[in-house]
Design a protein around this ligand. Structure first.
Ligand code: DP6
Length: 354
């Protein structure tokens, strides 16, 4: 029987505090601006991927959450696998016949999210990061996570940031071949242990306009967007890195909220306009501002991606107070069990008897 080589790796979701929106090269996925994100804990939102290679496999195949997908239908998937294979082939060349010719064998990819795919949460970031990390393990690639982020990037832009933990910058780069467009850790998670993220699922509907299509229309039609790329984002990248280095939460939070707001403003300035936030999203943003006003400092920040779901950043113990306030203002529907409606990170909804 022919040998089968296998590797399994998990990768988490990341949530941008300075948004990536716009490509200068859609094939290599080179962005118009740098971006910065926080990689969330692997326990809650992550993708676990197993890759297997064997000379006996008839061709590359992919299963997503148990259902087989057509690998030929995704150019990005083909690009990501081909790029990882290219790195393995270079390694095999160097070994001069002394390495297993894995680069020539088809792969089977089996990928599962530990959160409902229908929940409207970004799964392409953790998905491509897990795929590339698993291929790198299978192929025993010597490249660093930052170097491998270039491979994840050709699958989905935001995926390059999920290759690293903690606070991560994706440098837009200037090179036409994408060699300097990669992710780098700005600070480890332990640098700021009190930092917490809360994901509020406002709607589990699939978004009407995909990020990929939406950002291309923005690049082509929005006048505000040009200004964002030219002056706003470079200043914010510098200020955000300073805020993280100094653990200045008020500065971190203000930049996060302003950048989310500008991203959604640029979406509305797109023609035809794109509207990702809904009334509930806007009510949550209003509540965060009311909370900050009540406590007399900037204690929490919201951010929204290409959909209505909110992510809140706050430090412990402010997050506890905010969760209680959110649960009070957005009560669960009568027919839903508390544990199904609230993830309850702090055990606030446990009945004393249980
Ligand atoms: C709003 O990474 O999903 O979440 O590169 O086309 O796959 P593609 O787009 P994607 O876009 C993410 C956009 C965003 C902002 C961000 O994560 O920075």
């Amino acid at each position: 029987m022919a040998p089968v080589y296998e590797a399994t790796v998990s990768a988490p979701v990341n949530i941008a505090v300075i948004k990536y929106w716009g490509k200068r090269d859609p094939t290599l996925i080179l962005p118009t601006n740098s971006s910065l994100s926080v990689t969330l804990s692997q326990d809650h939102l992550s993708t676990r991927t197993t890759v297997r290679a064997s000379p006996d496999f008839g061709g590359d195949r992919l299963w997503l959450n148990g259902a087989e997908e057509d690998v030929g239908a995704s150019r990005r998937l083909a690009n990501a696998i081909a790029t990882a294979r290219g790195l393995r082939a270079a390694l095999e060349d160097q070994a001069g016949g002394g390495a297993v010719p894995l680069s020539q064998w088809p792969v089977h990819v089996c990928s599962e999210n530990n959160f409902p795919t229908a929940a409207g949460l970004a799964s392409s970031a953790s998905g491509y990061a897990a795929l590339v990390s698993a291929l790198a393990a299978l192929y025993e690639l010597p490249q660093s996570a930052s170097e491998l982020s270039r491979v994840a990037r050709v699958g989905s832009g935001s995926a390059c940031r999920s290759m690293l933990g903690g606070f991560v910058a994706w440098h837009a780069g200037v090179a036409a071949d994408g060699s300097d467009s990669l992710a780098e850790q700005v600070a480890a998670r332990q640098h700021w242990p009190e930092m917490q993220a809360l994901v509020l699922v406002v709607s589990d509907q699939k978004k009407a306009v995909s990020s990929t299509a939406g950002m291309q229309t923005t690049v082509e039609t929005s006048a505000l967007f040009a200004e964002r790329v030219r002056t706003v984002v470079p200043a914010r990248m510098a200020a955000m890195q300073r805020a993280i280095a100094e653990r200045d939460f008020a500065a971190f939070a203000e930049i996060t909220m302003k950048d989310s707001n500008q991203f959604h403003a640029v979406c509305l300035d797109t023609y035809p306009p794109i509207s990702y936030m809904n009334d509930t999203s806007r009510a949550i943003a209003g509540l965060v501002h009311a909370f900050n006003a009540a406590v007399g400092r900037v204690a929490a920040a919201y951010t929204y991606d290409a959909g209505p779901n909110a992510v809140i950043y706050a430090l412990e113990p402010d997050m506890r107070a905010l969760v209680e306030l959110l649960a009070y203002c957005f009560p669960r529907p009568a027919d839903t069990a508390p544990e199904a409606f609230y993830p309850d990170p702090f055990g606030l909804f446990e009945s004393p008897a249980s």
